[in-house]
Design a protein. Sequence first.
Length: 318
Amino acid sequence: MQWGSGKVSSIVFAPMAEPSRSMGPSESQAYPPARVTKPFTGFVEFSPSFGPRPAVKHALLDFDGTLSLIREGWPAVMLGMFLEMLPRRVGEEAADRQMLWDDMMRLNGKQTIYQMIQLADRIRERGGQPQEPLWYKHEYLRRLDETIAGRREAIRTGAANREQYLVHGAIGLLEELRRRGLRLYLASGTDEPFVKAEAELLGLTPYFGSHVYGAVDDYRKFSKKLVIERIMKENQVAGEQLLAFGDGYVEIQNTKEVGGLAVAVASDEAHNGSGEFDSWKRNRLQEVGADVVIPDFRDAIPLLQCILDGAPRPDAAG
């Protein structure tokens, strides 16, 4: 069965009755994912073409939504600003909301500036005179900071446990990757100073060292594709030796383009630890070729055993 159809793969173990949550402004129809047997304790879906990669030595991880939840809720902030900026058409409010949402999520994982370029194009289509995309980016970041500044301060002062703002099981994944000797890289579409500061707040810097990369105002000088090319060039490795984790289509697509193995993290950011897929992310990331889809990292160890050790996939027991 081909992924991207909205259905789970042919791997089915006691499907749950409740549908997965949707990240979008309206619920999307999707079949429930499969609950697998031990050693996995939660949901996991493997592409029919999945194969182990014992030669993997490098792992690329996205930041927001994959590891960090400090910026959870960013879509509402961005969508609100986009709706405010877009010239309105009477009777098309719902269509505008859906169009802008789709624009945002289609570009999720790329640098924020690309979403602002798309906004400027939409404004121009309506006969408006848009600001420069960089102006929209800075205005969005200002608004988002009003939402998340309290979270950063709470972590900094100890009023909030940093684990509250980490995707469930993230530290366990990083510990296991490091124990296995993989070199880790963090790449984000968020501006680099914010990525570095928030990674430090969450205690993630020791896992990545100097390999933390983020967006810059001159967006042509950074992309996740460039980071992947740099990893391969500096270490003289083939794409088959790259493993990536992300909740945006960009890192999944870029990894697959070079022959790497891509794990999609379809995290339900608003309900961290629920173990449920975000159905919009899940369907989108399957469409761009993810090899595995997980809701979080509760099963990091058995997953890495399948990927790196060639342990049987859960469906092999069926």
